[in-house]
Design a binder for this molecule. Structure first.
Ligand code: NAP
Length: 246
């Protein structure tokens, strides 16, 4: 019978895992599920589902209905709800589940990096910042009220439905760039502080490396606790786990 691998995606690792799984198991169904928030996501090989399942129960129903053999939660480290749903649904449906999670960035000893646990922590840490690159995605940016007397540079993959309207604010659309391009962006906007989620991805790290090389301040929002094991830290380790569990 055809084997079915369901990957909860939205990260570069999820894409790479799907591509490798299609190559390794050409007779299997490799399905990647995306939340559907990005208008033109980079798509992996295999089938795509989009738009969510309707909570843990909806995901459990999907696992049973589609005869899913293994579930890999390769979602963004900050996407805690879908990870909780995956854990519950897999347990309920009796489907082996693996978390593919990259470690957060570590800048141990770098005094320009300040870690905060959450968004309110960012507000406190911004007291002495003047020109800020706020790179935290669309969903939480509304928490930053206008009229603070600070300049905010915002960058989104897709423009928000209602663009933020801070007193001093510039909105850019686009994906993270190379260190050289991020350096140029920070310098041309005279940024003194970069705020980012510590999501651990290689692509998003360029702006942090650029900021630190320029001697700027960096505020990193640390991720929530990782989902329950089993966990793999690399795509190769996830492929090995699938091979043993499929
Ligand atoms: P979430 O809060 O964990 O999930 C909310 C709901 O979205 C889930 O219950 C599920 O809906 C749906 N969903 C999420 N991921 C899905 C997937 N791969 N496949 C199918 N459905 C999915 O996740 P989020 O709202 O996407 O993100 C939460 C936080 O993570 C935010 O802070 C966001 O900025 C951050 N995040 C950042 C990035 C990034 O920077 N690239 C990417 C993703 C998330 P149903 O209950 O209907 O199944």
């Amino acid at each position: 019978m055809t084997k079915t691998i369901l990957i909860l995606g939205g990260t570069a690792e999820a894409r790479s895992l799907a591509d490798q799984a299609v190559a390794q198991w050409p007779d299997a169904r490799v399905v990647t599920s995306l939340a559907g928030r990005t208008k033109s996501p980079r798509l992996p090989r295999g089938e795509i589902e989009t738009g969510g399942f309707g909570g843990a129960d909806g995901l459990a129903d999907y696992l049973v209905r589609e005869n899913v053999d293994v579930l890999i939660d390769a979602t963004h480290p900050f996407a805690a709800e879908i990870s909780r749903n995956a854990e519950r649904a897999a347990a309920g449906a009796g489907v082996p589940r693996l978390v593919l999670a990259r470690p957060p960035w570590s800048f141990a000893g770098n005094t320009n990096v300040r870690h905060v646990p959450d968004l309110p922590g960012v507000h406190d840490a911004l007291a002495s910042a003047v020109r800020i690159f706020l790179a935290i995605g669309r969903q939480e940016v509304a928490a930053f009220a206008p009229g603070t007397g600070k300049f905010f540079l915002l960058r989104f993959i897709d423009p928000p439905a209602s663009p933020p309207n801070f007193a001093g604010c510039r909105v850019l659309t686009g994906r993270p760039e190379s260190v050289a391009e991020e350096t140029n962006l920070l310098q041309s906007h005279r940024i003194d502080t970069v705020v980012a989620k510590n999501g651990g991805s290689d692509a998003s790290r360029a702006k942090i490396d650029a900021a630190l090389a320029l001697g700027l301040s960096v505020i990193l929002i640390d991720p929530p606790p990782p989902p329950m094991p089993p966990r793999a830290g690399t795509v190769d380790a996830a492929i090995n786990w699938i091979a043993k569990n499929i």
